[in-house]
Design a protein around this ligand. Structure first.
Ligand code: NAD
Ligand code: TYD
Length: 348
């Protein structure tokens, strides 16, 4: 039996991952989430009474709490999703990004190190590899930006440009260092932009769908020609599952599905799908330090671990648009309260 501590499991990707794992395996899942503005227990309604599922509200930085969870639930693996995740917020107020993403990850991995009692001398032994693992969910944003050509490989130098990506890079490197120095069994995944159900509407796709539905303007940063490499969240979850089970200890794996799209293409596609006019598009001031292009080379995970994505972008984006339209109640709930304050402040 595995007792997996999933952190940030009430957020967008974490909640999809918790549901994927409960549906696929007979593992105990302990979800530790602080329920910040981005965490929402409604995302987990279907599994809240599942016998293998436990929810704990708390902070990954709370060392006492995290240690007590390791002890009480005999945690054997960690999948760390918990983070502040939005670039624009990190530009407004970077500090919480460093506190949560860097110090939070360190507090968590310290608990793993203390509780798993790994032997640094024994780092490459096949023995313990099977027993415990700390999987850090990192991002392709650690690589910085690309010109029109080239792709991010796992060996591409790290050159983050936003406070968000700098904090994720620090966390990524701390996790790597705990393997090198203390022999802690780890993997790091670096995935491209996700889309799909339950994404908080501060991110491009759900924000545009929501505005479109309300006939509000669609704020496109700069010239709209920035490129992101999109992956359906369920494919990200199977990618993490693959690395969780088959990843070679100490290794980093990129996850991506070769789906590069310019932002403006996505915005126009959403408008078309919802039968709205392109007059709703409004070009606004560009994001400072805006990365121009992301593109993931997924050769390592596809050839070494046999993972491949199952969604085409065309199928995935249609299903996603439909999901947000069908789940108006979810959208209304998450956009009530502080969301409008955020929106006014950010897009004034
Ligand atoms: P999200 O913002 O939707 O969810 C983050 C979750 O973490 C929320 O449930 C929040 O309550 C929780 N959280 C925040 N601070 C916490 C703390 N101190 N202690 C415990 N819980 C805390 O983010 P997401 O889009 O689901 O991203 C999840 C992870 O995947 C992040 O680490 C992010 O960097 C990474 N990632 C995201 C993408 C993407 O496209 N969204 C792509 C690659 C990697
Ligand atoms: P986002 O979803 O914030 O993800 P990330 O910055 O992590 O890639 O943004 C995706 C792209 O869309 C990015 O190039 C910024 C752009 N964007 C807009 O043009 N307008 C918006 O209102 C938002 C939220 C993003």
């Amino acid at each position: 039996m595995k007792n997996i501590l999933v952190t940030g499991g009430a957020g967008f990707i974490g909640s999809n991952f918790v549901k994927h794992m409960l549906a696929t395996y007979n593992y105990k899942i302990i979800n530790l989430d602080l329920l910040t503005y981005a965490g929402n227990l409604e995302n987990l309604k279907e599994v809240q009474d599942h016998p293998n599922y436990t929810f704990i509200k708390g902070d990954i930085r709370d060392r006492k709490l995290v240690n007590s969870i390791f002890e009480e639930y005999k945690i054997t693996q960690v999948v760390n999703f918990a983070a502040e995740s939005h670039v624009d917020r990190s530009i407004e107020d970077p500090e919480i990004f460093l506190l949560t993403n860097v110090l939070g990850t360190q507090a968590l991995i310290d608990a793993a190190k203390a509780n798993w009692k790994v032997d640094p001398e024994n780092k490459y032994s096949k023995e313990y590899k099977k027993d415990v693992k700390f999987l850090q969910v990192s991002t392709d944003e650690v690589y910085g930006t690309l010109d029109a050509t080239g792709m991010f490989k796992e060996t591409t130098p790290l050159a983050p440009n936003s406070p968000y990506s700098a904090s994720k890079t620090s966390a990524d490197l701390i996790v790597r260092a705990y393997n090198e120095t203390f022999g802690l069994p780890i993997n790091i995944t670096r995935c491209s932009n996700n889309y799909g159900p339950y994404q908080f509407p501060e991110k491009l796709i759900p924000l545009m769908i929501n505005n479109c539905k309300k006939n509000s303007k669609l704020p496109v940063y700069g010239d709209g020609m920035q490129i992101r490499d999109w992956l359906h969240v369920k494919d990200h979850c199977t990618g993490i599952d693959t690395v969780f089970h088959k990843g070679k200890i100490g290794e980093v794996y990129n996850i991506g599905g070769n789906n590069e799209k310019a932002n403006i293409e996505i915005v126009k596609l959403i408008l078309k799908e919802l039968g709205k006019s392109e007059e709703l598009i409004k070009y606004v001031k560009d994001r400072p330090g805006h990365d121009r292009r992301y593109a993931i080379d997924n050769t390592k995970i596809t050839t070494e671990l046999g993972w491949s994505p199952s969604y085409t972008f065309e199928q995935g984006i249609r299903e996603t648009i439909k999901w947000y339209i069908d789940n108006e109640h979810w959208m209304n709930n998450v956009t009530s309260g502080d969301y409008m304050k955020y929106y006014e402040q950010m897009y004034k």
